[in-house]
Design a binder for this molecule. Structure first.
Ligand code: ARG
Length: 403
């Protein structure tokens, strides 16, 4: 085994990473620095400090990354209207590059030569962490205990904890819990009963949205302001990116907006079934498409839609810090200069529908499109030639086929 001098561990304070911390200290016999990120997962982070202290960690980093997460990762992704496999808003995928970036920053600051993470050997997250680390600092080694140690089951994990006097909370003693990943953009739940895609997800997997059936009978009307492609206000009130997203999470959650029950294709090769709740993100996607609908030129909008699946796949597969993602981002960002204005939506029993939009930069021309008499220079006879030329090849084709 290669000698490691100092390790930075991505540490949540939960049972798994507490065990990983102990294992690293034992196996590598070196200093471990812990890093815990606040991404708006809605969990107290001070207990993580206490636990790390108890394990003898001297350098404990707990950092609030909420604003950076939303402004530098979620919003750029939203400009693309990114959806993986047509439906997934990439809530876990987009958080990993930011965590990796901070891990690398801390590793350099403290002179560590390795980064450790608690992602398992079957998931996408290990790929996302490690590709980001590779791209940001190729000299850093990566330690992935779940791929290295002999612990292969939940039972062995609990035995290890017991043997090393790591406290196991009573709710963690029984069978494995759901695998949950939460941040300001979403909550993702996988595992247990959800592993059978034929089983309907039980009500208790949902954490931040009400069942649309139980949502209020009265709709709620909200207005979102956009500036150059990014949301900046809700109901006329300017907000920071993180505050805005959490405001929309509250509004959407109350109306049952943003639930998704999905079977997706993991990069590593298997299909997996998960439950996602993305209330604010779902509202923002609809709103962003709403403001783009009046401010983007047709060809510009269609080009964006063509590259979107590719861009989303890059994020899903862990290539945020890759040249091709940055190239696509430059294209997307360039398209957003005039994507400013206001969009009004109705939230009602699970849906977020755009009901009106306005922009000082609107390309929409009522004069041009109207069924009524209009002064705009548009010669109806031009349409005849336009159709005749477009129909030319169809006529040749149909004539040949009928021969
Ligand atoms: N399947 C989703 C993704 O790959 C969610 C992963 C959630 N991570 C977790 N540790 N539960 O983006």
């Amino acid at each position: 085994m290669t000698k490691i001098e100092k390790i930075v561990l991505s540490y949540s304070g939960g049972l798994d990473t507490s065990i990983i911390l102990k294992w690293l200290q034992e196996v590598y016999g070196c200093e471990v620095v812990t890093f815990t990120a606040d991404l708006g997962q809605g969990e107290e982070l001070e207990p993580a400090r206490a636990k790390a202290e108890m394990s003898g960690v001297k350098d404990i980093r707990i950092v609030d990354l909420r604003e950076e997460f939303v402004s530098d990762f979620v919003f750029p992704m939203l400009r693309a209207n990114a959806l993986y496999e047509g439906q997934y808003l990439l809530g876990s995928s987009i958080a990993r590059p930011l965590i990796a970036k901070r891990l690398v920053g801390i590793a350099r600051e403290v002179g560590a030569d390795a980064i450790a993470h608690g992602a398992t050997g079957k998931g996408n997250d290990q790929i996302r962490f490690e590709l980001a680390i590779n791209a940001l600092d190729p000299s850093l080694k990566v330690i992935a205990p779940w791929r290295q140690w002999n612990i292969r089951s939940r039972r062995q994990l609990l035995e290890y904890a017991e043997k090393h006097h790591i406290p196991v909370p009573s709710d963690k003693r029984g069978e494995a819990p759901f695998s949950i990943d939460a941040n300001l953009l979403h909550t993702s739940t996988e595992g247990k009963i959800l592993e059978n895609p034929a089983e309907v997800a039980p009500d208790n997997v949902y954490q931040r949205t009400v069942d649309p059936l139980d949502a209020p009978d009265a709709p709620e009307i909200i207005t979102i302001g956009f500036e150059a492609g990014d949301p900046v206000s809700v109901n006329g009130k300017s907000m920071t990116p993180a505050a805005l997203l959490s405001e929309l999470n509250g509004l959407g959650g109350r109306h049952g907006v943003g639930r998704l029950d999905l079977v997706e294709n993991r990069f590593i090769g298997m299909k997996s079934r998960g439950i996602y709740e993305t209330p604010g993100g779902t509202i923002l996607l609809a709103a962003h498409r709403g403001i783009e609908s009046i401010t983007l030129d047709r060809a510009a909008a269609h080009l964006k839609d063509e590259i979107m699946p590719r861009y989303a796949e890059l994020i899903y597969n862990g290539f945020w810090f890759a040249p091709e993602r940055e190239m696509l981002q430059a294209l997307i960002d360039h398209s957003q200069a005039f994507v400013s204005g206001e969009v009004t939506l109705r939230l009602y029993k699970g849906s977020a529908s755009v009901i009106s939009r306005t922009s000082p930069w609107s390309l929409y021309s009522a004069d041009l499109v109207t069924f009524e008499e209009s002064a705009v220079a548009y010669d109806h006879r031009d349409a005849e030639g336009f159709i005749r030329l477009n129909g030319l090849r169809l006529k040749s084709w149909a004539a040949r086929n009928g021969r």
